[in-house]
Design a protein around this ligand. Structure first.
Ligand code: ARG
Length: 567
Protein backbone atom coordinates (compact mmCIF):
# COMPACT_ATOMS: atom_id res chain seq x y z
CA UNK A 1 0.00 0.00 0.00
CA UNK A 2 1.35 3.43 -0.85
CA UNK A 3 1.62 6.24 1.65
CA UNK A 4 -1.57 8.01 0.60
CA UNK A 5 -3.58 4.83 1.06
CA UNK A 6 -1.96 4.11 4.42
CA UNK A 7 -3.14 7.49 5.68
CA UNK A 8 -6.50 7.12 3.94
CA UNK A 9 -7.08 3.83 5.72
CA UNK A 10 -6.55 5.43 9.11
CA UNK A 11 -9.06 8.14 8.28
CA UNK A 12 -11.54 5.69 6.83
CA UNK A 13 -11.38 3.69 10.08
CA UNK A 14 -11.87 6.86 12.14
CA UNK A 15 -14.82 7.88 9.98
CA UNK A 16 -16.59 4.60 10.69
CA UNK A 17 -16.65 5.63 14.35
CA UNK A 18 -18.60 8.69 13.25
CA UNK A 19 -21.02 6.39 11.48
CA UNK A 20 -19.97 7.26 7.99
CA UNK A 21 -18.48 4.90 5.52
CA UNK A 22 -15.99 6.03 2.98
CA UNK A 23 -13.69 3.43 1.50
CA UNK A 24 -9.94 3.79 1.69
CA UNK A 25 -9.90 4.54 -2.02
CA UNK A 26 -12.53 7.23 -1.67
CA UNK A 27 -10.63 8.90 1.14
CA UNK A 28 -7.39 8.57 -0.81
CA UNK A 29 -8.98 10.48 -3.67
CA UNK A 30 -10.13 13.21 -1.29
CA UNK A 31 -6.83 13.67 0.56
CA UNK A 32 -5.08 16.90 -0.30
CA UNK A 33 -1.43 17.78 0.02
CA UNK A 34 -1.22 21.14 1.83
CA UNK A 35 0.77 23.87 0.14
CA UNK A 36 2.95 24.50 3.17
CA UNK A 37 4.54 22.04 5.56
CA UNK A 38 3.09 23.73 8.67
CA UNK A 39 -0.29 22.38 7.57
CA UNK A 40 0.97 18.82 7.61
CA UNK A 41 1.68 16.24 4.95
CA UNK A 42 -1.89 15.35 4.09
CA UNK A 43 -5.16 17.12 4.73
CA UNK A 44 -8.59 15.58 4.78
CA UNK A 45 -11.36 18.05 3.88
CA UNK A 46 -14.61 17.55 5.76
CA UNK A 47 -16.90 19.61 3.49
CA UNK A 48 -18.46 16.69 1.67
CA UNK A 49 -19.59 15.02 4.88
CA UNK A 50 -21.45 18.03 6.27
CA UNK A 51 -24.72 17.15 4.65
CA UNK A 52 -24.92 13.50 5.63
CA UNK A 53 -23.65 14.12 9.17
CA UNK A 54 -25.77 17.23 9.73
CA UNK A 55 -22.83 19.08 11.21
CA UNK A 56 -20.51 21.81 10.04
CA UNK A 57 -17.23 20.76 8.42
CA UNK A 58 -15.37 22.47 11.27
CA UNK A 59 -17.22 20.37 13.85
CA UNK A 60 -16.60 17.20 11.89
CA UNK A 61 -12.88 17.92 11.64
CA UNK A 62 -12.72 18.47 15.39
CA UNK A 63 -14.49 15.20 16.12
CA UNK A 64 -12.53 13.23 13.62
CA UNK A 65 -8.97 14.29 14.45
CA UNK A 66 -8.69 12.53 17.85
CA UNK A 67 -10.11 9.33 16.38
CA UNK A 68 -7.31 8.86 13.87
CA UNK A 69 -4.81 6.16 14.82
CA UNK A 70 -1.57 8.08 15.40
CA UNK A 71 0.86 5.21 14.89
CA UNK A 72 3.66 6.44 12.61
CA UNK A 73 2.36 9.99 12.87
CA UNK A 74 3.63 12.87 14.95
CA UNK A 75 0.39 14.83 15.04
CA UNK A 76 -3.22 14.82 13.84
CA UNK A 77 -4.76 18.24 14.07
CA UNK A 78 -8.11 19.80 13.22
CA UNK A 79 -7.66 23.12 11.50
CA UNK A 80 -10.83 24.77 10.28
CA UNK A 81 -12.69 22.31 8.05
CA UNK A 82 -9.57 20.12 7.60
CA UNK A 83 -7.91 17.32 9.49
CA UNK A 84 -4.19 17.80 9.00
CA UNK A 85 -1.95 14.77 9.29
CA UNK A 86 1.73 15.09 10.15
CA UNK A 87 4.01 12.13 9.57
CA UNK A 88 6.60 11.19 12.15
CA UNK A 89 9.60 12.46 10.25
CA UNK A 90 12.57 10.49 11.64
CA UNK A 91 10.60 7.25 11.64
CA UNK A 92 9.30 7.87 8.15
CA UNK A 93 12.75 8.80 6.85
CA UNK A 94 14.26 5.64 8.29
CA UNK A 95 11.68 3.26 6.85
CA UNK A 96 11.69 5.01 3.48
CA UNK A 97 15.49 4.93 3.10
CA UNK A 98 15.54 1.31 4.16
CA UNK A 99 12.87 0.37 1.68
CA UNK A 100 14.71 2.13 -1.14
CA UNK A 101 18.27 1.12 -0.36
CA UNK A 102 17.64 -2.51 0.51
CA UNK A 103 16.16 -3.13 -2.95
CA UNK A 104 16.22 -0.03 -5.19
CA UNK A 105 14.58 -1.72 -8.16
CA UNK A 106 11.71 -3.08 -6.13
CA UNK A 107 10.87 0.30 -4.62
CA UNK A 108 7.68 1.58 -6.23
CA UNK A 109 6.86 -1.74 -7.80
CA UNK A 110 3.81 -3.79 -6.92
CA UNK A 111 2.21 -6.94 -8.20
CA UNK A 112 -1.23 -5.59 -8.95
CA UNK A 113 -0.93 -6.82 -12.54
CA UNK A 114 -0.19 -10.44 -11.57
CA UNK A 115 1.39 -11.09 -14.93
CA UNK A 116 -1.69 -10.07 -16.91
CA UNK A 117 -0.95 -9.29 -20.55
CA UNK A 118 -1.30 -5.72 -21.76
CA UNK A 119 -0.72 -5.30 -25.50
CA UNK A 120 0.36 -1.75 -26.27
CA UNK A 121 -0.21 -0.61 -29.85
CA UNK A 122 2.48 2.01 -30.32
CA UNK A 123 4.60 3.89 -32.84
CA UNK A 124 2.92 2.28 -35.89
CA UNK A 125 4.31 4.46 -38.70
CA UNK A 126 3.22 4.03 -42.28
CA UNK A 127 5.42 2.22 -44.76
CA UNK A 128 6.87 4.34 -47.56
CA UNK A 129 6.09 7.50 -45.65
CA UNK A 130 8.19 9.53 -43.26
CA UNK A 131 7.84 8.82 -39.58
CA UNK A 132 6.13 11.85 -38.11
CA UNK A 133 6.55 13.61 -34.80
CA UNK A 134 3.23 11.99 -33.90
CA UNK A 135 4.75 8.55 -34.37
CA UNK A 136 7.68 9.64 -32.22
CA UNK A 137 5.26 10.67 -29.49
CA UNK A 138 3.41 7.37 -29.74
CA UNK A 139 6.73 5.54 -29.49
CA UNK A 140 7.99 7.25 -26.35
CA UNK A 141 4.62 7.38 -24.58
CA UNK A 142 3.97 3.72 -25.40
CA UNK A 143 7.43 2.71 -24.26
CA UNK A 144 7.05 4.57 -20.96
CA UNK A 145 3.64 3.00 -20.35
CA UNK A 146 5.14 -0.42 -21.02
CA UNK A 147 7.81 0.25 -18.38
CA UNK A 148 5.27 1.58 -15.89
CA UNK A 149 2.88 -1.35 -16.37
CA UNK A 150 5.75 -3.76 -16.09
CA UNK A 151 6.74 -2.21 -12.75
CA UNK A 152 3.23 -2.92 -11.53
CA UNK A 153 3.44 -6.58 -12.39
CA UNK A 154 1.72 -6.55 -15.76
CA UNK A 155 3.24 -8.09 -18.84
CA UNK A 156 3.27 -5.45 -21.57
CA UNK A 157 3.49 -6.51 -25.22
CA UNK A 158 4.79 -3.72 -27.42
CA UNK A 159 3.18 -3.96 -30.83
CA UNK A 160 4.23 -1.89 -33.81
CA UNK A 161 1.04 -1.96 -35.87
CA UNK A 162 2.76 -0.86 -39.04
CA UNK A 163 0.69 0.87 -41.69
CA UNK A 164 1.80 -1.64 -44.28
CA UNK A 165 -1.45 -2.39 -46.09
CA UNK A 166 -4.17 -0.54 -47.93
CA UNK A 167 -5.07 0.90 -51.32
CA UNK A 168 -2.10 3.28 -51.15
CA UNK A 169 0.16 0.32 -51.92
CA UNK A 170 -1.60 -0.08 -55.25
CA UNK A 171 -0.81 3.55 -56.00
CA UNK A 172 2.74 3.14 -54.85
CA UNK A 173 3.32 0.17 -57.13
CA UNK A 174 1.87 2.04 -60.12
CA UNK A 175 4.02 5.10 -59.31
CA UNK A 176 7.12 3.01 -58.87
CA UNK A 177 6.56 1.21 -62.16
CA UNK A 178 6.01 4.50 -63.99
CA UNK A 179 8.76 6.67 -62.52
CA UNK A 180 10.88 4.65 -60.14
CA UNK A 181 13.98 2.56 -60.21
CA UNK A 182 15.65 0.14 -57.87
CA UNK A 183 18.69 2.37 -57.50
CA UNK A 184 16.67 5.45 -56.61
CA UNK A 185 14.70 3.58 -53.97
CA UNK A 186 17.82 2.01 -52.52
CA UNK A 187 19.54 5.35 -52.35
CA UNK A 188 16.83 7.14 -50.45
CA UNK A 189 13.90 4.84 -49.80
CA UNK A 190 11.45 7.02 -47.93
CA UNK A 191 12.06 10.16 -49.92
CA UNK A 192 11.64 8.50 -53.28
CA UNK A 193 8.75 6.23 -52.38
CA UNK A 194 6.95 9.24 -50.99
CA UNK A 195 7.74 11.16 -54.18
CA UNK A 196 6.06 8.47 -56.35
CA UNK A 197 3.03 8.55 -54.13
CA UNK A 198 2.80 12.34 -54.20
CA UNK A 199 3.30 12.41 -57.98
CA UNK A 200 0.62 9.77 -58.41
CA UNK A 201 -1.85 12.03 -56.63
CA UNK A 202 -0.94 14.95 -58.84
CA UNK A 203 -1.21 13.10 -62.11
CA UNK A 204 -4.23 10.90 -61.49
CA UNK A 205 -6.42 13.99 -61.62
CA UNK A 206 -5.93 14.13 -65.37
CA UNK A 207 -5.53 10.38 -65.79
CA UNK A 208 -8.36 8.62 -63.96
CA UNK A 209 -7.25 5.31 -65.53
CA UNK A 210 -4.31 5.40 -63.10
CA UNK A 211 -6.74 4.91 -60.24
CA UNK A 212 -8.21 1.82 -61.85
CA UNK A 213 -4.75 0.48 -62.30
CA UNK A 214 -3.87 1.17 -58.67
CA UNK A 215 -7.02 -0.56 -57.49
CA UNK A 216 -6.14 -3.52 -59.65
CA UNK A 217 -2.63 -3.71 -58.16
CA UNK A 218 -3.96 -3.59 -54.64
CA UNK A 219 -6.41 -6.34 -55.48
CA UNK A 220 -3.50 -8.37 -56.82
CA UNK A 221 -1.63 -7.72 -53.62
CA UNK A 222 -4.59 -8.88 -51.55
CA UNK A 223 -4.76 -12.00 -53.70
CA UNK A 224 -1.08 -12.79 -53.18
CA UNK A 225 0.17 -12.03 -56.71
CA UNK A 226 3.95 -12.72 -56.71
CA UNK A 227 5.10 -9.49 -58.38
CA UNK A 228 2.90 -7.27 -56.22
CA UNK A 229 3.95 -9.16 -53.09
CA UNK A 230 7.62 -8.91 -53.95
CA UNK A 231 7.49 -5.15 -54.45
CA UNK A 232 5.41 -4.66 -51.35
CA UNK A 233 7.70 -6.67 -49.10
CA UNK A 234 10.71 -4.84 -50.47
CA UNK A 235 9.10 -1.44 -49.77
CA UNK A 236 8.24 -2.64 -46.31
CA UNK A 237 11.68 -3.95 -45.55
CA UNK A 238 13.56 -0.84 -46.59
CA UNK A 239 11.12 1.47 -44.84
CA UNK A 240 11.44 -0.53 -41.66
CA UNK A 241 15.19 -0.26 -41.87
CA UNK A 242 14.86 3.52 -41.86
CA UNK A 243 12.46 3.49 -38.92
CA UNK A 244 14.82 1.18 -37.09
CA UNK A 245 17.46 3.92 -37.03
CA UNK A 246 15.16 6.08 -34.94
CA UNK A 247 14.21 3.17 -32.67
CA UNK A 248 17.89 2.37 -32.14
CA UNK A 249 18.64 5.93 -31.15
CA UNK A 250 15.74 5.88 -28.71
CA UNK A 251 16.61 2.41 -27.44
CA UNK A 252 13.03 1.27 -27.99
CA UNK A 253 12.29 -2.33 -28.93
CA UNK A 254 9.08 -4.09 -29.95
CA UNK A 255 7.67 -7.50 -29.23
CA UNK A 256 5.76 -7.62 -32.49
CA UNK A 257 5.81 -5.93 -35.85
CA UNK A 258 2.48 -7.38 -36.88
CA UNK A 259 1.12 -4.52 -38.94
CA UNK A 260 -2.03 -4.14 -40.94
CA UNK A 261 -0.91 -6.65 -43.58
CA UNK A 262 -0.72 -9.38 -40.97
CA UNK A 263 -4.50 -9.31 -40.76
CA UNK A 264 -5.09 -9.75 -44.48
CA UNK A 265 -6.18 -13.36 -44.05
CA UNK A 266 -8.06 -12.67 -40.81
CA UNK A 267 -10.69 -10.29 -42.09
CA UNK A 268 -13.07 -12.78 -43.69
CA UNK A 269 -13.97 -13.99 -40.24
CA UNK A 270 -14.74 -10.42 -39.16
CA UNK A 271 -17.03 -9.95 -42.13
CA UNK A 272 -18.66 -13.33 -41.45
CA UNK A 273 -19.46 -12.43 -37.86
CA UNK A 274 -20.80 -9.04 -38.88
CA UNK A 275 -22.94 -10.65 -41.56
CA UNK A 276 -24.25 -13.43 -39.34
CA UNK A 277 -25.27 -10.87 -36.73
CA UNK A 278 -26.99 -8.81 -39.36
CA UNK A 279 -24.83 -5.81 -38.64
CA UNK A 280 -23.67 -5.04 -42.18
CA UNK A 281 -25.58 -2.54 -44.28
CA UNK A 282 -25.06 -1.32 -47.81
CA UNK A 283 -24.40 2.34 -48.27
CA UNK A 284 -23.48 3.66 -51.69
CA UNK A 285 -22.16 0.25 -52.63
CA UNK A 286 -19.97 -0.03 -49.52
CA UNK A 287 -20.55 -2.20 -46.45
CA UNK A 288 -20.93 -0.29 -43.24
CA UNK A 289 -22.04 -0.76 -39.65
CA UNK A 290 -24.55 1.89 -38.74
CA UNK A 291 -23.52 3.36 -35.41
CA UNK A 292 -26.13 6.09 -35.13
CA UNK A 293 -27.56 4.58 -31.91
CA UNK A 294 -24.13 5.18 -30.38
CA UNK A 295 -24.07 8.69 -31.79
CA UNK A 296 -21.17 7.85 -34.07
CA UNK A 297 -20.58 7.99 -37.80
CA UNK A 298 -20.97 4.66 -39.60
CA UNK A 299 -17.95 2.33 -39.53
CA UNK A 300 -16.69 1.54 -43.03
CA UNK A 301 -16.00 -2.17 -43.30
CA UNK A 302 -15.64 -2.88 -47.03
CA UNK A 303 -15.38 -0.61 -50.03
CA UNK A 304 -17.61 -0.96 -53.07
CA UNK A 305 -14.77 -2.70 -54.96
CA UNK A 306 -14.45 -5.26 -52.18
CA UNK A 307 -11.24 -3.80 -50.76
CA UNK A 308 -10.92 -3.96 -47.01
CA UNK A 309 -10.24 -1.01 -44.80
CA UNK A 310 -8.25 0.31 -41.85
CA UNK A 311 -11.23 -0.37 -39.56
CA UNK A 312 -11.66 -3.95 -40.71
CA UNK A 313 -8.01 -4.66 -40.09
CA UNK A 314 -8.27 -3.12 -36.62
CA UNK A 315 -11.28 -5.31 -35.85
CA UNK A 316 -9.32 -8.38 -36.90
CA UNK A 317 -6.32 -7.17 -34.89
CA UNK A 318 -8.37 -6.62 -31.74
CA UNK A 319 -9.85 -10.11 -31.95
CA UNK A 320 -6.45 -11.63 -32.71
CA UNK A 321 -4.90 -9.88 -29.69
CA UNK A 322 -7.64 -11.09 -27.38
CA UNK A 323 -7.24 -14.67 -28.57
CA UNK A 324 -3.46 -14.63 -28.58
CA UNK A 325 -2.73 -12.69 -25.41
CA UNK A 326 -5.95 -13.03 -23.38
CA UNK A 327 -5.28 -9.44 -22.44
CA UNK A 328 -6.55 -7.80 -19.26
CA UNK A 329 -6.33 -4.44 -21.01
CA UNK A 330 -5.43 -3.43 -24.53
CA UNK A 331 -3.88 0.00 -25.11
CA UNK A 332 -3.68 2.01 -28.32
CA UNK A 333 -1.28 4.95 -28.12
CA UNK A 334 -2.51 6.91 -31.11
CA UNK A 335 -3.02 10.64 -31.75
CA UNK A 336 -6.18 12.33 -30.52
CA UNK A 337 -7.32 12.89 -34.11
CA UNK A 338 -8.20 9.19 -34.29
CA UNK A 339 -10.58 9.31 -31.33
CA UNK A 340 -13.63 8.60 -33.44
CA UNK A 341 -11.94 5.61 -35.08
CA UNK A 342 -11.36 3.98 -31.69
CA UNK A 343 -14.84 4.85 -30.47
CA UNK A 344 -16.16 3.12 -33.56
CA UNK A 345 -13.83 0.15 -33.10
CA UNK A 346 -15.10 -0.42 -29.56
CA UNK A 347 -18.71 0.09 -30.57
CA UNK A 348 -18.52 -2.44 -33.41
CA UNK A 349 -16.79 -4.99 -31.18
CA UNK A 350 -19.54 -4.51 -28.60
CA UNK A 351 -22.16 -5.09 -31.26
CA UNK A 352 -20.35 -8.25 -32.30
CA UNK A 353 -20.88 -9.47 -28.74
CA UNK A 354 -17.35 -9.08 -27.45
CA UNK A 355 -17.75 -7.80 -23.91
CA UNK A 356 -13.97 -7.47 -23.63
CA UNK A 357 -14.21 -4.41 -25.89
CA UNK A 358 -14.52 -2.56 -22.57
CA UNK A 359 -10.87 -3.34 -21.87
CA UNK A 360 -9.76 -1.47 -24.98
CA UNK A 361 -8.29 1.91 -24.13
CA UNK A 362 -7.38 4.56 -26.65
CA UNK A 363 -4.54 6.60 -25.14
CA UNK A 364 -4.65 9.79 -27.20
CA UNK A 365 -2.10 12.58 -27.30
CA UNK A 366 -1.80 16.11 -28.64
CA UNK A 367 0.36 17.62 -31.33
CA UNK A 368 3.92 18.81 -31.39
CA UNK A 369 3.94 22.30 -32.83
CA UNK A 370 6.53 24.63 -34.25
CA UNK A 371 5.99 28.19 -33.09
CA UNK A 372 2.47 27.21 -32.13
CA UNK A 373 1.64 25.81 -35.56
CA UNK A 374 0.97 22.22 -36.51
CA UNK A 375 3.91 20.47 -38.11
CA UNK A 376 3.10 19.40 -41.64
CA UNK A 377 4.17 16.05 -42.98
CA UNK A 378 6.43 17.49 -45.59
CA UNK A 379 8.67 15.27 -47.60
CA UNK A 380 11.86 14.35 -45.79
CA UNK A 381 10.36 14.44 -42.31
CA UNK A 382 11.99 11.11 -41.49
CA UNK A 383 15.37 12.67 -42.00
CA UNK A 384 14.32 15.52 -39.76
CA UNK A 385 13.26 13.17 -37.00
CA UNK A 386 16.53 11.31 -37.09
CA UNK A 387 18.21 14.65 -37.35
CA UNK A 388 16.38 16.10 -34.37
CA UNK A 389 17.90 13.34 -32.27
CA UNK A 390 21.34 13.81 -33.83
CA UNK A 391 21.21 17.55 -33.26
CA UNK A 392 20.18 17.00 -29.67
CA UNK A 393 23.14 14.70 -29.14
CA UNK A 394 25.51 17.25 -30.72
CA UNK A 395 24.16 19.98 -28.48
CA UNK A 396 24.52 17.75 -25.43
CA UNK A 397 28.06 16.92 -26.48
CA UNK A 398 28.90 20.63 -26.48
CA UNK A 399 27.51 21.09 -22.99
CA UNK A 400 29.28 18.05 -21.61
CA UNK A 401 32.54 19.25 -23.18
CA UNK A 402 32.17 22.54 -21.35
CA UNK A 403 31.12 21.14 -18.01
CA UNK A 404 33.28 18.07 -17.80
CA UNK A 405 36.05 18.06 -20.42
CA UNK A 406 37.88 15.10 -18.89
CA UNK A 407 34.89 12.77 -18.73
CA UNK A 408 35.84 9.30 -19.98
CA UNK A 409 32.80 8.07 -21.93
CA UNK A 410 31.73 11.45 -23.28
CA UNK A 411 30.14 10.08 -26.41
CA UNK A 412 27.88 7.70 -24.60
CA UNK A 413 26.93 10.34 -22.06
CA UNK A 414 26.16 12.88 -24.81
CA UNK A 415 23.88 10.31 -26.42
CA UNK A 416 22.06 9.61 -23.16
CA UNK A 417 21.70 13.31 -22.44
CA UNK A 418 20.72 14.43 -25.95
CA UNK A 419 18.21 11.69 -26.70
CA UNK A 420 17.04 11.67 -23.09
CA UNK A 421 16.35 15.40 -23.34
CA UNK A 422 14.04 14.96 -26.33
CA UNK A 423 12.23 12.03 -24.75
CA UNK A 424 11.86 13.76 -21.38
CA UNK A 425 10.54 16.91 -23.01
CA UNK A 426 7.88 14.88 -24.75
CA UNK A 427 6.88 13.07 -21.58
CA UNK A 428 6.82 15.94 -19.10
CA UNK A 429 3.78 17.51 -20.75
CA UNK A 430 0.30 16.15 -20.07
CA UNK A 431 -0.06 13.92 -23.07
CA UNK A 432 -3.13 15.72 -24.41
CA UNK A 433 -1.40 19.11 -24.38
CA UNK A 434 0.01 20.43 -27.61
CA UNK A 435 3.56 21.65 -27.12
CA UNK A 436 6.22 23.51 -28.96
CA UNK A 437 9.52 21.94 -29.82
CA UNK A 438 12.61 24.08 -29.48
CA UNK A 439 15.83 22.12 -29.38
CA UNK A 440 17.93 24.65 -27.42
CA UNK A 441 15.26 24.75 -24.76
CA UNK A 442 14.99 20.98 -24.57
CA UNK A 443 18.68 20.26 -24.03
CA UNK A 444 19.33 22.90 -21.35
CA UNK A 445 20.91 21.68 -18.13
CA UNK A 446 18.76 24.00 -16.04
CA UNK A 447 15.02 24.41 -15.81
CA UNK A 448 12.43 21.72 -16.28
CA UNK A 449 14.48 19.46 -18.50
CA UNK A 450 15.66 15.87 -18.67
CA UNK A 451 19.32 16.92 -18.42
CA UNK A 452 18.51 18.75 -15.19
CA UNK A 453 17.20 15.53 -13.66
CA UNK A 454 20.13 13.54 -15.05
CA UNK A 455 22.56 16.13 -13.73
CA UNK A 456 21.00 15.99 -10.28
CA UNK A 457 21.46 12.23 -10.22
CA UNK A 458 25.07 12.54 -11.39
CA UNK A 459 25.70 15.08 -8.64
CA UNK A 460 24.27 12.69 -6.02
CA UNK A 461 26.45 9.94 -7.43
CA UNK A 462 29.52 12.12 -7.19
CA UNK A 463 28.83 12.83 -3.50
CA UNK A 464 28.63 9.10 -2.87
CA UNK A 465 31.83 8.52 -4.80
CA UNK A 466 33.60 11.12 -2.69
CA UNK A 467 32.38 9.42 0.47
CA UNK A 468 33.34 6.01 -0.88
CA UNK A 469 29.90 4.59 -0.13
CA UNK A 470 27.15 2.91 -2.11
CA UNK A 471 23.47 2.72 -1.31
CA UNK A 472 23.88 -0.84 -0.04
CA UNK A 473 26.42 0.37 2.56
CA UNK A 474 23.84 2.79 3.93
CA UNK A 475 20.82 0.56 4.51
CA UNK A 476 21.37 0.62 8.29
CA UNK A 477 22.40 4.26 8.54
CA UNK A 478 21.17 6.02 11.72
CA UNK A 479 17.85 7.85 11.43
CA UNK A 480 18.05 11.27 9.83
CA UNK A 481 16.95 14.04 12.14
CA UNK A 482 17.16 17.06 9.90
CA UNK A 483 14.00 19.14 9.45
CA UNK A 484 15.45 20.72 6.30
CA UNK A 485 15.40 17.33 4.60
CA UNK A 486 11.72 16.70 5.08
CA UNK A 487 10.50 17.84 1.68
CA UNK A 488 12.96 15.47 0.02
CA UNK A 489 12.04 12.57 2.29
CA UNK A 490 8.36 13.04 1.73
CA UNK A 491 8.84 13.19 -2.04
CA UNK A 492 10.82 9.96 -1.88
CA UNK A 493 7.94 8.37 0.01
CA UNK A 494 5.52 9.43 -2.71
CA UNK A 495 7.18 7.53 -5.54
CA UNK A 496 5.07 4.35 -5.30
CA UNK A 497 1.90 6.41 -5.47
CA UNK A 498 3.16 8.20 -8.57
CA UNK A 499 3.80 4.93 -10.38
CA UNK A 500 0.27 3.75 -9.63
CA UNK A 501 -1.22 7.04 -10.69
CA UNK A 502 0.76 7.19 -13.94
CA UNK A 503 -0.57 3.75 -14.83
CA UNK A 504 -4.13 4.54 -13.87
CA UNK A 505 -4.17 7.73 -15.91
CA UNK A 506 -1.98 6.37 -18.75
CA UNK A 507 0.10 9.44 -18.08
CA UNK A 508 3.92 9.19 -18.04
CA UNK A 509 4.02 12.93 -17.30
CA UNK A 510 3.13 12.06 -13.69
CA UNK A 511 6.55 10.41 -13.41
CA UNK A 512 8.40 13.15 -15.31
CA UNK A 513 6.90 15.91 -13.19
CA UNK A 514 7.64 13.91 -10.07
CA UNK A 515 11.30 13.50 -11.09
CA UNK A 516 11.56 17.27 -11.59
CA UNK A 517 10.00 17.90 -8.18
CA UNK A 518 12.32 15.48 -6.41
CA UNK A 519 15.39 16.86 -8.21
CA UNK A 520 14.42 20.41 -7.29
CA UNK A 521 13.79 19.53 -3.64
CA UNK A 522 17.11 17.75 -3.42
CA UNK A 523 19.06 20.60 -4.99
CA UNK A 524 17.44 23.01 -2.58
CA UNK A 525 18.42 20.79 0.35
CA UNK A 526 21.92 20.36 -0.94
CA UNK A 527 22.39 24.11 -1.40
CA UNK A 528 22.04 24.75 2.32
CA UNK A 529 23.26 21.53 3.88
CA UNK A 530 26.75 20.19 4.15
CA UNK A 531 26.50 16.46 3.59
CA UNK A 532 30.13 15.42 3.96
CA UNK A 533 30.98 16.53 7.49
CA UNK A 534 32.97 13.48 8.47
CA UNK A 535 31.10 13.00 11.76
CA UNK A 536 28.64 10.35 12.89
CA UNK A 537 25.63 12.01 11.26
CA UNK A 538 27.18 11.88 7.78
CA UNK A 539 25.85 8.42 6.96
CA UNK A 540 22.24 9.36 7.56
CA UNK A 541 22.55 12.25 5.10
CA UNK A 542 24.35 9.98 2.65
CA UNK A 543 21.43 7.57 2.91
CA UNK A 544 19.21 10.39 1.73
CA UNK A 545 21.58 11.18 -1.15
CA UNK A 546 21.71 7.52 -2.18
CA UNK A 547 17.92 7.24 -1.95
CA UNK A 548 17.40 10.29 -4.13
CA UNK A 549 19.79 8.91 -6.71
CA UNK A 550 18.11 5.51 -6.70
CA UNK A 551 14.63 6.94 -7.12
CA UNK A 552 15.70 9.40 -9.83
CA UNK A 553 17.25 6.50 -11.70
CA UNK A 554 14.07 4.47 -11.37
CA UNK A 555 11.96 7.38 -12.57
CA UNK A 556 14.21 8.02 -15.58
CA UNK A 557 14.25 4.31 -16.39
CA UNK A 558 10.44 4.26 -16.41
CA UNK A 559 10.49 7.10 -18.93
CA UNK A 560 13.05 5.33 -21.10
CA UNK A 561 15.73 7.93 -20.33
CA UNK A 562 19.30 7.02 -19.42
CA UNK A 563 20.96 8.07 -16.16
CA UNK A 564 24.71 8.60 -16.55
CA UNK A 565 26.65 8.31 -13.29
CA UNK A 566 28.78 11.27 -14.30
CA UNK A 567 28.21 14.10 -16.74
N1 ARG B 1 -0.54 3.83 -38.96
C1 ARG B 1 -1.50 4.68 -38.30
C2 ARG B 1 -1.17 6.14 -38.55
O1 ARG B 1 -0.03 6.48 -38.78
C3 ARG B 1 -1.55 4.44 -36.84
C4 ARG B 1 -2.00 3.07 -36.43
C5 ARG B 1 -2.45 3.03 -35.03
N2 ARG B 1 -2.83 1.72 -34.58
C6 ARG B 1 -3.98 1.10 -34.90
N3 ARG B 1 -4.18 -0.10 -34.45
N4 ARG B 1 -4.90 1.68 -35.64
O2 ARG B 1 -2.04 6.98 -38.46
Amino acid sequence: MDLRHTIAQKISTALSQLDTTLTTDQVADMLEVPKTLDLGDFAFPAFQLAKSLHRSPVQIAQQLAPLVDADGLSKVEAKGPYVNVFLNQPVFAETTFKAILSDPEAYGSADVGQGGNVPIDMSSPNIAKPMSMGHLRSTVIGNALANIYSKLGYHPIKINHLGDWGTQFGKLIVGYKMWGSEEAVKENPIKNLLAYYVRFHKEDKDHPEMDDEAREWFRKLEDGDPEATKLWSWFREISLKEFQKVYDQLGVTFDSYNGEAFYNDKMDEVIDILESKGLLEKSQGADIVDLSPEGLNPALIRKSDGASLYMTRDLAAAIYRKRTYHFVKSLYVVGAEQKEHFDQLKAVLQRMGFAWADEIVHVPFGLITENGKKLSTRSGRIILLEKVLQDAVALAQKQVDEKNPTLANKKEVAHQVGVGAVVFHDLKNDRMDNFDFNLEEVVRFEGETGPYVQYTNARAQSILRKAGKTGADLVDAPALDDAGAWEVVRDLGNFPEMVTRAAKEYEPSVIAKYALRLAKAFNKYYAHTKVLTGDASQDSRLALVASVSAVLQSALALLGVGAPAEM
